[in-house]
Design a protein around this ligand. Structure first.
Ligand code: ATP
Ligand code: NAG
Length: 359
């Protein structure tokens, strides 16, 4: 994807370079001015056309205004379904997933497969509504497409992704149908997608958001879905508290003690075994907890195929930086993403088809 963008940039430059060449001297300056304006307009339209994100086979929700969605080959944006439409137009087919907050049903709407999520119990109402609000506000290529919701019924309608969550990745890639995608290249692209989502959440329209539903690897993986065209989208946005550096606002992921190597060190109880955990005494932290977890998630996504270890070798330094114990010394998601993309480009250059043996 990045390489394509680089190529597009060059194309843009070529157009700009040739902009003034055919017009010189013999043409009056007013005509020249109009020509330049027209050229710029054309250039704009051209770039606008080609710069459309090609993520998710054109199902980029950002192409619809707020409150609307477009699915698959749908021509027009449709307004989010209301309580009434959800009741009459959507048919639940079967339970496909269940977490602490939501039961997820494969369902049908106008001959399309969709996902209905419903509250599991009243004690998690707050999380459910927070998740729904986040889904509404964060519609973009990084987040699952919202199709409708009914707050009174605690129901959300989203796009259905048959490949399920990233937890299923190995199983999916083992299927004959997806064998051809089980390469370091495709798997590294998933890692880049993942870091792109973290970057988006850390720089979202709602400010810096921390992906708190992430106390172990499987938990993280279950928050993201694999789309049929092999991209990643964030699905579960129930626990996304905001950090605000300028007002000094930090977060805590839940009220209970976190343990283990997976969570960032600042998420662990700092006062030792002798002092019993007390939420009020637990110091808050920032979005760098997400950066700490990137190496583990990427490691899983890269898996063990030909070339995975070459990618790991190139990621070594940035991953060491992600694992710095002092949160402030860890790189931002932007830096991690840029580094990943540079490594992808350099690997694509050195590992072109004919030279694959070099791996
Ligand atoms: N749109 C979808 N398409 C396909 N599968 C889905 C979809 N939404 C959810 N699932 C499946 O259902 C599981 C549970 O969904 P989700 O994470 O939204 O529930 P939750 O209750 O919020 O989970 P948690 O316990 O992490 O809070 C997902 O991990 C995934 O496997
Ligand atoms: C962060 O806090 C500042 C100061 O309180 C406030 O003006 C700003 O709007 C906040 N940012 C976000 C994204 O909420």
């Amino acid at each position: 994807m990045l390489v394509e963008m680089v190529e597009d940039c060059n194309m843009g430059k070529k157009i700009q370079d040739s902009k003034n060449v055919p017009f010189q001297r013999e043409i009056p300056s007013a005509v020249l001015l109009i020509a330049v304006v027209l050229m710029n307009l054309l250039l704009y339209l051209y770039l606008d056309h080609f710069y459309m994100p090609v993520h998710h086979s054109g199902v980029d929700p950002s192409l619809c205004p707020f409150g609307y969605f477009r699915l698959g080959e749908m021509k027009n944006c449709s307004p989010w379904l209301s309580c009434e439409a959800l009741k009459t137009e959507v048919r639940k087919l079967k339970l496909v997933g269940e977490g602490a907050v939501k039961k997820v049903f494969l369902s049908e709407w106008r001959e399309r497969k969709v996902a209905v999520s419903q509250l599991t119990g009243p004690e998690v109402k707050e999380d459910f509504l927070h998740g729904a609000d986040m889904l509404k506000s964060l519609q973009s290529q990084y987040v699952i497409t919202l199709l409708g919701y009914c707050e009174e019924q605690f129901t959300i309608l989203t796009e259905y992704h048959p490949l399920g969550s990233l937890r299923n990745l190995e199983k999916t890639l083992d299927l004959a149908k997806y064998q051809s995608l089980n390469t370091w290249h495709h798997r590294f692209m998933l890692a880049i997608d993942y870091v792109s989502i973290i970057h988006y959440l850390h720089n979202s329209p709602l400010g810096t958001l921390v992906m708190c539903d992430s106390s172990d690897l499987n938990k993280v993986l279950s928050q993201y879905l694999l789309t049929s065209d092999f991209h990643v989208v964030a699905n579960d946005l129930d626990a996304l508290p905001q950090v605000n550096r300028s007002s000094g606002k930090l977060v805590k992921c839940g009220h209970r003690e976190l343990r283990g190597e997976f969570v960032a060190p600042e998420q662990l109880w700092p006062f030792g075994e002798e002092v019993p955990f007390e939420d009020d005494l637990m110091p808050p932290y920032d979005e760098k907890t997400d950066i700490w977890k990137i190496p583990d998630v990427s490691d899983f996504l890269l898996g063990h195929v030909e070339g995975s270890d070459i990618v790991r070798f190139h990621l070594f330094d940035i991953h060491v930086a992600c694992k710095r114990r002092t949160p402030g010394e860890r790189p931002s998601a932007r830096v991690v993403l840029d580094t990943y993309q540079k490594i992808l480009i350099s690997l694509k250059e050195t590992v072109m088809p004919g030279t694959r043996e070099m791996l």
